[in-house]
Design a protein around this ligand. Structure first.
Ligand SMILES: Nc1nc2c(ncn2[C@@H]2O[C@H](COP(=O)(O)OP(=O)(O)OP(=O)(O)O)[C@@H](O)[C@H]2O)c(=O)[nH]1
Ligand SMILES: [Mg+2]
Length: 456
């Protein structure tokens, strides 16, 4: 986002010396890796998926309620955990990751930052893990709301992974998503624990097929909030990413000829420690369906686990979001923080003038598209204009934006853009809500700018 970088440079020039570091840190954040946040109910598999995404066991996981404070995982060394208390207290630093004893009640913690030298955190994304929603602990849910809705000290994420088990979002989940500004641009619904969906591994239908049906239904029912829903088995993904040894693959391969019901019974009995350890790692689905692949060694097994678990699909969806809309979402966050800074700045009026000028510029028209989409999601969530705005925001060039083939000439492009503009104008006469009228005004401008850009 060159327009935002230019704005930050201009702001840095007008603010006094003591305010320059804040502006510089915003510029660093703008050029840094994007942030992914995970949210969902207690025990839906968020922390397990954090580990799979980072490729290391950094977030504690447990069958019971586990994560108590919202934690940003960021690349850094030495490994350390920084606890930011509510109020004005200084952060407490603890060596190592995820200490058993926080040294203060979780209810007094605002958020934590865990620094660990992982290459994916350095090169691809930072990750925020959150306590479960609908927790018995009121403070846990409050911590998640503070992190993802109020954006206290944690960065606003460019991508939200919302974990759901089954094929429905509950009303409180939809409310949470709307409150945190979830849209088709930034949200991916994950149908989690897909390896145990439906009737389970030994049922008539493969759990991943059941999870895929859930995903389809959910994306259809909530297409204002999520462009895609992806079934993922975080446990299988985590094991593949953290590492499967040749010895483990060989042990799994030795189970290849066992009848699957016998295998399930043996797991149930729990008297074979090797089998129990394998089960902990890849679950019953991994045992039953991975054992033949395991005969071909650890690499073949982990490749299979990554694709079968859905982690491959999830990575592709995340990369798609970051590539198409990461920039505009980051630009929006930067402007929001800059506006806050402006109010306390000694150069307030200069900074506000710069901000206003930038916001009205053609380069940042995408922010108006984004704002129009947010309003629609809140007040006219079934409007087809949500998809049209999404298309416009994701377009890489004017032809794609207007919806004409790449090879058409400028005159044809202009005619198509004019057609879209007049369609927007006539639709404005038939829509009822203010949000839709506003969206049409914004879209009209998008098509004008596209035609203008193509014609130089
Ligand atoms: N079968 C199966 N179990 C999973 C999967 N993902 C996580 N689990 C298990 O589910 C339990 C909860 O996982 P966590 O990752 O701690 O869940 P969480 O959402 O972080 O939980 P809280 O932090 O308490 O909200 C653990 O026992 C995991 O091993 C999965 O894909 N398949
Ligand atoms: Mg957790």
């Amino acid at each position: 986002m060159e327009a935002i970088s230019a704005l930050l440079s201009a702001v840095e020039r007008v603010v006094p010396t003591e305010e320059k570091p804040q502006v510089a840190s915003l510029a660093a954040r703008l050029s840094g890796v994007p942030t992914i946040a995970l949210a969902g109910r207690v025990s839906s598999g968020k922390s397990t998926l954090v580990n799979a995404l980072v490729g290391a066991q950094i977030a504690p996981t447990d069958a019971g309620e586990c994560t108590r404070v919202a934690t940003l995982y960021e690349c850094g060394a030495p490994e350390r955990f920084e606890l930011h208390p509510l109020g004005d207290g200084q952060p407490a630093r603890i060596r190592g990751l995820a200490p058993d004893d926080l040294g203060m009640p979780p209810g007094q913690v605002d958020y934590a930052v865990a620094y660990t030298p992982q290459s994916r955190l350095r090169d691809q994304y930072r990750v925020i893990d959150t306590p479960g929603l609908s927790s018995h602990e009121v403070t846990s849910e409050k911590a998640t709301r503070r992190a993802l809705i109020d954006f206290g000290g944690l960065p606003q994420p460019e991508v939200l992974l919302f974990l759901v088990e089954g094929g429905h979002l509950r009303t409180d989940e939809v409310d949470f998503l709307r409150a945190m500004g979830a849209t088709r641009l930034n949200t991916i619904v994950v149908i989690s624990r897909a390896d145990v969906a439906g009737d389970g591994v030994l049922g008539a239908t493969d759990p991943f097929d059941t999870a895929a049906e859930h995903a389809e239904r959910l994306a259809r029912e909530h297409n204002d909030l999520a462009r895609t829903a992806i079934p993922v088995a975080g446990l299988m993904a985590e094991s593949a990413e953290i590492g499967i040894s040749e010895a483990e693959a060989a042990a799994l391969g030795r189970l290849a000829d066992l009848d699957e019901f016998e295998l399930a019974e043996a797991v149930e009995r729990g008297d074979d420690p090797v089998m129990a350890a394998l089960h902990d790692k890849v679950g019953l689905y991994g045992l039953v369906h991975g054992r033949r692949t395991a005969c071909r060694g650890a690499i073949a097994l982990s490749d299979w686990l990554i694709e079968r678990s859905g982690l491959g699909n999830l990575h592709r969806a995340i990369n798609d979001r970051i590539a198409h809309t990461g920039g505009v979402l980051k630009a929006r966050t930067t402007l929001a923080v800059l506006r806050q800074l402006a109010w306390t700045s000694a150069a307030r009026s200069e900074v506000l003038t710069l901000l206003e000028r930038a916001e009205l510029s053609a380069e940042l028209h995408c922010l108006r598209e984004l704002a129009a989409m947010d309003r629609l999601v809140l007040s006219a969530s079934s409007s087809p204009l949500i998809q049209e705005l999404e298309h416009v925001l994701r377009a890489d060039n004017p032809r794609q934006l207007v919806g004409v083939p790449r090879y058409v000439g400028d005159a044809e492009l202009r005619d198509a853009a004019l057609g879209r503009i007049s369609a927007c104008r006539s639709r404005k006469l038939t829509v009822f809500s203010g949000a839709e009228r506003e969206a049409l005004t914004v879209l009209e401008r998008s098509y004008q700018l596209a035609a203008g850009r193509a014609l130089g």
